[in-house]
Design a protein around this ligand. Sequence first.
Ligand SMILES: *[C@@H]1O[C@H](CO)[C@@H](O)[C@H](O)[C@H]1NC(C)=O
Ligand SMILES: *[C@@H]1O[C@H](CO)[C@@H](O)[C@H](O)[C@H]1NC(C)=O
Length: 456
Amino acid sequence: MSLYKYNGDLLSERRDIIGTVLKAIGRGRVVRRGSRFGRIVGRKLLQRLALLSAFSLACFAFFGIKLMFDGNVEPSVALSQEVQQKLPGLDDTAKPPPKKKRGTHLPCKVGFAESVDHIIDPKEIRNFSKFSLEYIRQGEETFQSDLFEPRFGGYQTLEEREKSFNARNQTVHCGFIDGPPGTSSTGFVLDEKDKAFMNTCQVVVSSCIFGNSDFLRRPTSKQMSEFSKKNVCFVMFVDEQTLSTLSSDGHIPDDGGHIGLWRMVIVRDLPYKDLRKTGKVPKFLSHRLFPSARYSIWLDSKMRLNSDPMLIIEHFLWRTRSEYAISNHYDRHCVWDEVLQNKRLKKFDPTAIDEQFTFYQSDGLTKFDPLDPNTLLPSYVPEGSFIVRAHTPMSNLFSCLWFNEVNRFTSRDQISFAYTYLKLRRMNPDRPFYLNMFKDCERRALTKLFAHRAMH
Ligand SMILES: *[C@@H]1O[C@H](CO)[C@@H](O)[C@H](O)[C@H]1NC(C)=O
Ligand SMILES: *[C@@H]1O[C@H](CO)[C@@H](O)[C@H](O)[C@H]1NC(C)=O
């Protein structure tokens, strides 16, 4: 990431701080590059900056904290992290971040097959666990009491939650739960036309932008094979507000609903007020949204896809004989560190994080031990912005379970990943789940990373 290149550069540190202050007071986007900085800010503002710099720390302490507490205005992960790390005195209640040397987080080489002509879908490469997974489609609670307002994630009891971890024929909560006939939808409403299109998809690349949180990054067309262009569905979920902003940016869908390779799909009635939580619906539930799909790739909208999806599937799933692939976090491997970091950056209501974390500890979550030869994961913290999966029963079950944790607790899915995975494995010792946790540098090689758009 560009910010790490400037690590230790005083000037860029000032830029970042000032950029954040400007953003906080609604003067404009966060500016991190010298050239754009000069262009946008101009001489007049530079004079003001002299004044501003005197107040900048005080301003930041005030607005920065306000910004972080405002649920609708979440600064980008990377940026706020950066600012926070450079201002260790900001949150006096938290320990100052460790002064460890930060890597430059460069991409590394991914040994893709030469071309899609050289790969073959192995179909039965592995005896993946077979069972039949069904989904609750209508909440029963709503029949019993007027007190229950139908909701998207349903009302899963703790007992049902416990049972849902069993990898066997069963019906589980997995979002998209409506109330009884006659009640209004619980959200994530799509046009019938879009649904019909999505039902045809066998291989999917999907992403979402809700609440104008990002610019549209089109997959790099020249890196995509003709095969993928023809056979892979590239679907970008957006709300109406985002689509209208994209249109005013000059991105207007053609008659088929496409902008470049992206097929734009409008989502109405977002199921959660928290837009991040809403973003977890397409992120985790691609097997629900694309019922015929055999493979799907999720990427966060801050990334541009630079590699062919079929080559990605071959590399991360077929070659490693896996059914689910996700990268580890570039810095953190222990949920304890992740929780600390989330609180430090005020990512979420700390009480809600504590409640979730305490629950997980009481149900067996332990610290990550890199020296444990029997550890089931190379890291307990994922970098979940890029996920490759085969839609096998075990993979689908894991997706539902992880979604249910996010639905029940906080939208910080890095906190629930390891707990969910380890519990699933623990409860099904005879049912393997082939998860490939790959290196973050590989994720960086497949995509180009951008900062999130400043929230409006
Ligand atoms: C899968 O299991 C069947 C029967 O148990 C066995 O005949 C077959 O060789 C297995 N396939 C693989 C790829 O392990
Ligand atoms: C699970 O469901 C499958 C398919 O519906 C069925 O063939 C199988 O017998 C069931 N297994 C059990 C243990 O009920």
